[in-house]
Design a protein around this ligand. Sequence first.
Ligand code: FCB
Length: 453
Amino acid sequence: MTSSFPLGFRWGVATSAFQIEGATTADGRGPSIWDTFAAVPGAVAGGDTGEPAADHYHRWRADLALLGDLGVDSYRFSVSWPRIQPDGRHAERRGLDFYRRLVEALREKNIEPFLTLYHWDLPQALEDAGGWRSRDTASRFAEYAALVHEELGDVVDHWTTLNEPYPCAIAGYGEGRHAPGAREGHGALAAAHHLLLGHGLAVRAMRAQASPQHRFGIVLNQSPAVPVSDSAADAAAAARQDTLLRRQFTDPLFGGRYAPGLAAMFAGVSDFSFRHDGDLETIGVPLDYLGVNYYYRLHVADAPHREPDPALRTVADIGVDTTRLPEVPRTGMGWPVEPEGLTEALVGLHNRYPGLPPMYVTENGCVYADRSDFADYERISFLSEHIEAARTAAAAGVDLRGYFCWSLLDNFEWAHGYKHRFGLIHVDYTTQARTPRASYRWYRDHIAAERAR
Ligand code: FCB
């Protein structure tokens, strides 16, 4: 390997509150949209819910010991909004205290906290008032962000507003696959806009009270769309896919404009009246970093809409077929293993948006069936190949500052429930025993080797 990662490059792991914490009614926590959604029969595989997850709320000290032994210098986690504001408005001291204890313990271990304010767990009370369809939720989010920032700004320097607004808006409000389980056109597009607006308002509110060392960013999922042929129709289909999944977010955040083509794609679905004067300036507030989550590329062919009746069609049904995968290995989720897609995502962003802030790979990881001895060689080669792909991007001139593996622990994988395991550490959900996989030891040794270079 060449040594193209800059000095001070960060090595970390990532988790999120709802996926690991469990304890969904402890210490005054209110219900989130994921508690409500998971209770709907058939919504989550196996009828799984946020209980028990990895019971991290009670076992966080032991988990931090595992984090320390792993040798990471950074830990990306999320704060549960319904622990902080159970009803979406009033502060719950016990929730704030939990994260203060966690962050102080990280600091004692010299592990830099990368705090994410929103990883999909909206307080149900705010959903009842319209959720992300409603412009008011963006203001509520900024208030919540300012509260957490005021409370923890003395111990946290890295502040991420949102994790992956795309699935939040489109899978959650458009396709009904994620919480809150809605299937709306206009509502989903409004949710995407209000998430971005909430991000901008939150950064402004936090900056107004920030210390100089504070850094503010956002995390986006990036699945580059590759046309399956060189036909104009497939190229246009891939462009539609990229507009929906990526440019709907990156153009207003970093390009100073709404994604060209988005409004035309959904002309009969929404009048985009949720876009108000001044919103673009708010959304485009300068950032200190962009986090990129990368798992796979999408291979896109032009195709008829899956649902012929426009009235019944979901917002993700944009006349594309993404099932024609190349002959490459797949993970246990069926996702194609294409590390070059990570290079492409990073270099592509760098080229498209002049003035883009520095980037981190904030999530990257995979699922494979376990062997009895937890010797997960496939995961090791997946991670190793993707780290090299990140290195290639850095060598090509991308300002890349760190890599976070998803995930420290097995966890609640959203609509898939507990079936799919992304952890470097295996969790037995009956006993809550933690067993580091071979990949945990590999990542530990890899980090040490990178630092010794
Ligand atoms: C990402 C999510 C994360 C996890 C991984 C596998 O989209 O941000 O919570 O579920 O996928």
